[in-house]
Design a binder for this molecule. Structure first.
Ligand SMILES: C[S@@+](CC[C@H](N)C(=O)[O-])C[C@H]1O[C@@H](n2cnc3c(N)ncnc32)[C@H](O)[C@@H]1O
Length: 409
């Protein structure tokens, strides 16, 4: 191992890994450094040495990248919320695209050319409609910190404003700071309610209103290209995708474990006079077998990959069902994926804000050619941060008409 703690060394950055850290090398030994850009030469201090890699703190940028820009936020590098404010926005999109293509190739064995370029957010700052503010008593400083978790440890960094949050939330931060509990321990979610959607206080809604039209547009384009007549919207929240695509299908059903969200989903559908859908409060993994049976998915036949003997002679499965999966960050239960492999709906549209678990699940769905991946469309729902939303279009069997590429302007 060529390095030890507190060494000061010079590094050239070769890549930006998922999570946002730059990758440099000393004699093939990997060193991760935050807040750098590919191509830069930097001076760093080694802060952690493991068997196969080290971590370092950025001391000085010796040769800055032409894509380096001034961050808008005065807390950037202390606050753990943002990783990319020092990178010009167009370059952020390019780096995120490469990270997703690399990850999907490695974990999901997915060819790079199915990953479309990342759709940008029209508002790269001031976009977040939901944030969590914490408070913590700082004993040594005898001071209450009110803000976000720090970048380098689990303490709270005191903030007066957040540049990626909507202006209305910054006004709310002032209110929280004006009335904190004396010794800390406060955790408060601040949010801007979406117009025309009923969303209970603790229920999920998409975090970035500015990119919602493109997110819905992507799902609609995929659904149209797949041509299914019936939709199963799993992990449906307050009914967002089912309601936004209700006009494209004869019928749909939404499933969600949050009972209050399901009540809201029914209200959201009724407010739009949508009558071709139903919403069920249930755990997806528990209700899916019954649902797929009811909707005609299960035939009892074993699933054969297209290139397995016997697969070609069998009449093509006339499944008219598309399934939307929009699970929490941990992804889908293995039983759910297995059932989808067995019932083989014509199309699965997988929406996720966690590409690593998504790649794992796509790998399972696509094993032995049971599903084929037509396209992955990333959307930058979380500018300035390491996070990115992806929508994947999977087709069963021969149903592989590709969706059109979205115009990303
Ligand atoms: C990422 S959100 C998606 C919500 C919705 N599709 C939308 O776009 O607003 C994931 C949702 O899955 C729900 N959920 C988590 N685990 C679940 C489970 N096992 N069964 C059903 N719903 C679940 C959560 O309550 C949350 O509303």
């Amino acid at each position: 191992m060529p390095l030890k703690l507190a060494d000061n060394i010079s590094l050239t950055i070769h890549d930006l890994a998922f999570g946002g850290e730059g990758v440099g090398r000393v004699d093939d030994f990997v060193v991760f450094v935050p807040f750098v850009i590919v191509g830069e030469t930097v001076e760093v201090e080694i802060t952690e040495v493991k068997k196969n890699f080290a971590r370092a703190k950025l001391l000085r940028v010796v040769t800055p990248s032409p894509e380096r820009v001034a961050p808008e936020c005065r807390y950037f590098t202390q606050c753990g919320g943002c990783q990319y404010q020092h990178i010009e926005y167009g370059a952020q999109l390019r780096f995120k695209h490469k990270q997703i293509a690399d990850l999907f190739e490695r974990v999901g064995k997915i060819p790079r050319d199915v990953v479309a370029s990342v759709i940008p957010c029209p508002s790269p700052y001031g976009y977040r409609n939901r944030i969590m503010i914490r408070s913590q008593w700082n004993g040594p400083a005898k001071k209450l910190e009110i803000g976000y978790i720090r970048a380098d440890n689990n303490f709270v960094v005191d903030i007066e404003e957040c540049k990626i949050a909507e202006p209305a939330l910054n006004a709310q931060i002032k209110g929280v700071r004006a009335n904190p509990p004396p010794k800390g321990g406060l955790k408060v979610v601040l949010r801007v309610q979406p117009e025309n959607w009923d969303v209970p206080e603790s229920s999920f809604f998409q975090n970035n209103f500015f990119l919602l039209p493109k997110l819905v547009g992507t799902v609609r384009d995929f659904l149209k290209a797949g041509g299914a007549k019936h939709l199963v919207d799993l992990y449906c929240g307050v009914g967002f995708f089912g309601i936004e695509t209700a006009d494209m299908v004869e019928s749909f059903v939404g499933v969600e474990s949050d009972q209050l969200a399901i009540k809201a989903a029914r209200k959201n559908a009724a407010a739009r006079n949508i009558q071709n859908g139903e919403f069920i409060a249930a755990q997806v993994e528990e209700i899916l077998p019954e649902l797929m049976q009811r909707w005609g998915g299960i035939s009892g036949e074993p699933v054969l990959a297209d290139d397995q003997p016997g697969a070609r002679e069998r009449p093509p499965r006339q499944s008219n069902i598309a399934v939307i999966l929009d699970p929490p960050r941990k992804g889908c239960w293995p039983e759910t994926l297995q059932l989808l492999r067995e019932t083989k709906p014509a199309q699965v549209i997988y929406v996720s804000c966690h590409p690593a678990t998504m790649a794992r699940d796509l790998n399972i769905l696509c094993a032995d050619g049971v599903f084929k991946l037509a396209r992955v469309q990333p959307l930058d729902m979380f500018p300035q941060t390491q996070h990115v939303e992806c929508v994947a279009d999977l087709r069963a069997g021969q149903n592989l008409a590709k969706p059109p590429l979205m115009n990303s302007n």
